[in-house]
Design a protein around this ligand. Structure first.
Ligand SMILES: Nc1ncnc2c1ncn2[C@@H]1O[C@H](COP(=O)(O)OP(=O)(O)OP(=O)(O)O)[C@@H](O)[C@H]1O
Ligand SMILES: [Mg+2]
Length: 265
């Protein structure tokens, strides 16, 4: 009887942390004319982490995200997802490889119900959206209800998404991204424009997604209280360069980071 239920220990032992990273960028550089918006940036996100990306306005944070998602092509450097070089892949293929993204502005379908937005998200990029809306399969329906409950929007499932508050729309978008069970979710300023009471909920939802759904999260944020509370680790960009990396405590006490922020005004 050769029943092997053990994980492949040999492979695991041979793999370095970098090999196991969900995301790794190696020297990513992006220029816009004479401006180097992202300058030789290395970041790494391990499975199960919540990693923050902060920096003054114009530091290059969104541009780095755009290079990771394939929205922009980097001028130099490589991007690896789960150890696979995706640098030259088109955006849709990178998304299908397990990368989810929430934008600074919300991108939900305002005329559709909250529930349909979620169902649609599950099928995004799929062959036939129309057939999904007529006959979604049971697994999708179950998942939709689960996520609606999870962000406390079950009671609003049949409401047109456009009628909800900005914060609630962000939650819909968050749930939409989770529908696809991404290996890594990039969030660009999830706390932006959200009122303080909703912010506490958002922290809770992101934590739960991280713990229960094993969602690995890389998020850009200007709200320091929020990012310091939620992130395991933080990268800091200024003028396109990575100037610091560390735990929230280390970042809060880093003189280069303080200078970068003070130098903004
Ligand atoms: N498509 C573009 N064409 C030209 N310049 C751009 C483009 N996108 C961004 N930039 C410039 O690149 C720099 C970095 O912008 P980016 O949007 O990445 O900053 P950010 O850190 O996300 O800022 P914020 O915190 O304000 O969102 C800025 O100087 C910006 O004006
Ligand atoms: Mg930005």
């Amino acid at each position: 009887m050769s029943e092997t239920t053990e994980p492949d220990a040999r492979t695991a032992a041979a793999a370095t942390d970098s090999d196991r990273a969900v995301l790794r960028t190696d020297g990513v550089t992006k220029r816009f004319g004479g401006l180097t918006a992202v300058d030789d940036v290395d970041v790494e996100v391990q499975k199960g982490e919540i990693v923050g990306l902060i920096g003054p306005n114009g530091a290059g944070k969104s541009t780095l995200f755009n290079c990771i998602t394939g929205t922009l092509s980097a001028d130099e450097g490589r991007v690896y997802l789960q150890g696979q070089d995706v640098t030259d892949w088109p955006e849709y293929k990178i998304a299908r490889a397990g990368l989810g993204r929430m934008f600074q502005e919300t991108r939900i379908f305002g005329d559709m119900t909250v529930r349909k937005n979620l169902l649609l998200a599950a099928q995004e990029g799929g062959a036939n959206v129309g057939s999904l809306l007529r006959r979604p399969d049971d697994t999708l329906i179950e998942r939709t209800e689960e996520l609606l409950d999870y962000v406390d929007l079950g009671g609003l499932a049949e409401t047109r998404a456009g009628r909800l508050s900005f914060g609630q729309q962000k939650l819909i978008e968050f749930a939409m991204e989770l529908m696809a069970e991404p290996d890594l979710l990039l969030m660009d300023e999830p706390a932006g424009g959200i009122n303080p009471s909703m912010l506490e909920n958002l922290i809770e939802y992101i934590r739960t997604a991280n713990e229960d759904e094993e969602a690995t999260i890389f998020l850009i944020e200007h709200n320091m209280d929020f990012v310091m509370e939620i992130a395991d680790r933080i990268y800091v960009l200024a003028h396109g360069e990575r100037i610091a990396e560390g735990t929230p405590e280390e970042i809060q006490n880093d003189q280069r980071v303080l200078n970068a922020y003070l130098g903004r005004e």
